[in-house]
Structure formats: structure tokens, C-alpha cells
Design a protein around this ligand. Structure first.
Ligand code: SF4
Length: 206
């Protein structure tokens, strides 16, 4: 199955209650064989309206952060833990994230990134199976199923905490994005066993 076919199937998903309030399923976008995948929390209002991830204020800040580090957004793949907007932009519930995980897992299997950047608490805790907060987890390399995982602050957190003071979230994010860029520059070709999808299977949702 191709990523486009997976997106087509996901576009009509009604597997959890978030389907009831959405305008659009925000599946994700980017290079279908990207080396780096960014996983955020959930679509917000702008994303729900446009069908694209990270296009609102937080997305615009992400673009600035990437640009400052000379990381082209077009070379990444960007998505979220849940593909439909939660009401009032609340945090997705465990059950919603569990239900939507199967879409993300299939995206990862098709894209086979070498690095997954988890932005904020929700994706970081889910990939790393921890209840530790992002403040402790950010900037430290971890691993999930053989893929490097690099947690960072979510740009929406930076919008709420705009101080540029040394040791603050913005300053730490600058450190982290430079670390990510350095790691990207060191990447070799994808391991041979990653060239073919590992898990490609029929979607559980139809
Ligand atoms: S499982 Fe994901 S794609 Fe399906 S309705 Fe829920 S949030 Fe949307």
C-alpha cells in the first residue's frame, strides 16, 4: 500500500469520537521517504480547516525554527499523534491516541524515517512509554523500534513561553534544533531492511 492510499483510507476514518467534530482529517504531509519525521500532538483550527499539519501560529514558528537551522520543511514528513482536531484543542485522550496510533504506525512503516522528532508531551510520552515531562526529556536521544527519537518542545509551548533567556524554552530549542541538524548531516543511507515496509498491512479501519 502506498502512503497516498493510506491517506485516502484515513480520510474517512470514524474510529474514534474526534471524527464527529472535525472538518478534515489531517493525515500529514512531506516526503514519502523522508529521513526525519516530526510528530506533534493534534491538529488545531487552522489545520482542521486546511487539512495540513502545522500551518497555524505554532506551525509558522516551527517553519522559522527549521529555517534558522537550514532544515528544509519540504524534506521532512510532518504529522500528529491524532489526525482529527480535538474539541477546543484539548489534549487527545489516551483512548483517542490509542485508536489513532495504527494510522501513525503504518505511516512510519511506509516512510521508514531514520529520526522521529516528537514535539511536546503527548507524542514524546507515547513513543517513550514514560510519564516524564518534556522538560526532562527534550534534547536527549532515545530509540523506538530501532529508530532514533529526539524529543523537543512543541512550538505552541514556545508561543506561551516566549522568553529568550538563557536556559529558557526558546534558548533550549535553539540548542535542540542545532543538535538535530548536526544529526541529520551525519545520516547515511537508510538500512537495507528499512527500504521495504515492515508492517504494511490492511488498515484495521477498512
Ligand atoms: S482514529 Fe484518528 S483518524 Fe480516526 S477518527 Fe480518530 S483521530 Fe480521526
Amino acid at each position: 500500500m502506498s502512503l497516498a492510499e493510506l491517506a485516502r483510507r484515513c480520510s474517512t476514518c470514524t474510529a474514534c469520537a474526534l471524527s464527529q467534530g472535525r472538518q478534515t482529517v489531517v493525515f500529514g504531509e512531506g516526503l514519502p521517504d523522508a529521513e526525519v519525521m516530526i510528530v506533534g500532538e493534534a491538529p488545531g483550527g487552522d489545520e482542521d480547516a486546511s487539512g495540513r499539519p502545522f500551518v497555524g501560529r505554532a506551525g509558522q514558528l516551527l517553519d522559522k525554527i527549521l529555517e534558522a537551522a537550514a532544515i528544509p520543511r519540504a524534506e521532512l514528513y510532518i504529522t500528529n499523534i491524532v489526525k482529527c482536531r480535538p474539541p477546543q484543542n484539548r489534549t487527545p485522550s489516551e483512548q483517542e491516541a490509542d485508536t489513532c496510533w495504527q494510522w501513525l504506525e503504518q505511516q512510519i512503516d511506509l516512510i521508514r524515517p531514520q529520526i522521529i522528532v516528537t514535539m511536546g508531551n503527548v507524542p514524546t510520552q507515547r513513543f517513550l512509554h514514560t510519564s516524564e515531562g518534556i522538560t526532562k526529556l527534550r534534547g536527549v536521544w532515545r530509540e523506538w523500534q530501532g529508530i532514533k527519537v529526539f524529543p523537543m518542545f512543541h512550538p505552541s509551548f514556545l508561543l506561551r513561553n516566549p522568553s529568550r533567556a538563557p536556559g529558557g524554552p526558546k534558548s533550549l530549542t535553539w540548542t535542540d534544533i542545532k543538535e538535530l541538524k548536526a544529526a541529520m548531516d551525519q545520516l547515511g543511507p537508510k538500512p537495507e531492511q528499512w527500504r521495504k515496509p515492515r508492517l504494511v498491512q490492511e488498515s484495521l479501519f477498512g
